[in-house]
Write a protein that binds this ligand. Structure first.
Ligand code: SF4
Ligand code: SF4
Length: 414
């Protein structure tokens, strides 16, 4: 078991400006966006979907608050891309869905075939799943839309849930959370296209970055609105933030190079929070995902707002994935995932009854309730698995409202 040394040096990468952070800069650098000869777009799919549109030598950027669903949070069985997470689905010939599960090295492998309407399965697998990633959610929604099992905001199965292997399911609340994220991303892409004043057909290539951008099926992503409706080519470039972080650690010159490029990029940032185009687009997205607004009404509403309607989907002629996993160099050059960063977060709360609801609701199985401590029970979180303050499911479910994530203290492991 290895842990991080207390004397470890921390390298903090630069950002372009306040709204365009180091992860967006990594995305721009690792895709070589500024050297492209064609109009293209890139998005790092995460809680904040950072996106760039490169056109005529100029970079236009935006950041859509997609919310946590694309990282598996706010979804009942959601989790980050990690071993034993369902990351994709495909239609099987017998009407069931193939469940695709990440193995120990984060490679997607075929799991069980499951009937999504009732959970019965027609094949077994020794790949046991324990949750579903954001990309799995995209695939579930895409297959649900195509098969008619999903008609937003409804799931047309007897118990209003889609069923996957190992008892994992996806309900209408999950669909609502996913729809908010997908809608924000589609609204963001369309806002960039509208604000720059180009046609949908002008954007030739879409680069998909981030963990979600690695594992998502680009065609399914287009079905749900996360890839522009007209595109010639998609390229999945992997987790550019992690790639950049790796460079920063192993190459002393990488920090200077990153700063030089940050200084040289004069991006035109479009603040979606104050963009009327984004507002009009997103209102329609909420209407579609949450209220079941049909697309013809959606488009009519855009016309009324002076915007162009969404065009029919044109599938890309080429879909390219240039990495096979989120962190393709695990095990290479001494790179490994620590199973212990050396500390816990711990706390004992007055009024805690030891019911363990906080532990049961933790999507990453990071939290334990152990007996003992000043108030009878102690919460202990393995920090390497915890999603942090973006999650706080544990705090939200505490029936006694005594647990405060922010009151936990760092404690060194023995
Ligand atoms: S410990 Fe709490 S904040 Fe961390 S992943 Fe679990 S539920 Fe989320
Ligand atoms: S949910 Fe609240 S009361 Fe229950 S064990 Fe956790 S902290 Fe204690």
């Amino acid at each position: 078991m290895r842990s991080v040394k207390r004397t470890a040096e921390v390298r903090i990468p630069p950002s372009i400006r306040h709204e365009i952070g180091a992860d967006a800069l990594a995305m721009i650098m690792k895709t070589g966006l500024m050297d492209k000869k064609e109009t293209c777009m890139v998005t790092d799919y995460g809680t904040n979907a950072e996106m760039g549109l490169f056109h005529d030598g100029e970079l236009y950027t935006g950041s859509a608050a997609a919310g946590p669903a694309m990282e598996g949070q706010a979804i009942n069985y959601g989790m980050l891309a990690a071993p034993y997470a369902i990351s994709d689905f495909s239609f099987a010939e017998d009407g069931t869905w193939n469940n695709i599960v990440l193995n120990e090295t984060l490679k997607p492998v075929v799991g069980m075939k499951v009937n999504p309407s009732n959970g019965t399965f027609s094949s077994v697998s020794d790949m046991n799943a324990r949750g579903i990633t954001g990309t799995g959610v995209v695939a579930a929604v895409a297959l649900g839309l195509e098969s008619g099992l999903i008609e937003p905001p409804y799931i047309r199965t007897p118990d209003k849930k889609l069923h996957f292997q190992n008892g994992i399911d996806f309900g209408e609340d999950d669909l609502g959370e996913a729809g908010k994220a997908m809608g924000a991303i589609r609204a963001g892409h369309r806002t960039l296209i509208e604000e720059v004043g180009i046609d949908d057909t002008d954007v030739k290539t879409m680069y998909l970055a981030g963990a979600s951008g690695t594992y998502v099926d680009a065609i399914k992503a287009q079905t749900v609105g996360m890839v522009p409706r007209i595109i010639e080519k998609t390229v999945q470039v992997g987790n550019t933030s992690l790639m950049m972080a790796y460079d920063l650690l192993v190459k002393d010159e990488a920090m200077d190079e990153m700063q030089r490029i940050a200084d040289s990029i004069a991006s035109k940032h479009i603040m979606f929070a104050t963009s009327k185009v984004f507002e009009d687009m997103y209102v329609n997205e909420i209407g579609y995902w949450m209220e079941g607004m049909p697309f013809d009404i959606y488009n009519e509403s855009l016309r009324t707002a002076g915007l162009r309607p969404l065009p029919p989907i044109v599938r890309p002629k080429s879909t390219q994935r240039i990495v096979s996993s989120d962190i393709p160099i695990i095990g290479d050059k001494g790179l490994r995932i620590l199973d212990n960063v050396g500390v816990y977060l711990m706390g004992s709360f007055e009024g805690c009854i030891g019911c363990k609801k906080c532990a049961k609701e933790c999507p990453e199985r990071a939290l334990e309730v152990i007996e003992g401590g000043p108030h009878g029970y102690t919460i202990r979180i393995a920090t390497e698995h915890c999603l942090g303050t973006a999650c706080k499911n544990c705090e939200a479910v505490c029936p006694k409202k005594v647990y405060r994530f922010s009151d936990l203290k760092i404690s060194e492991r023995a």
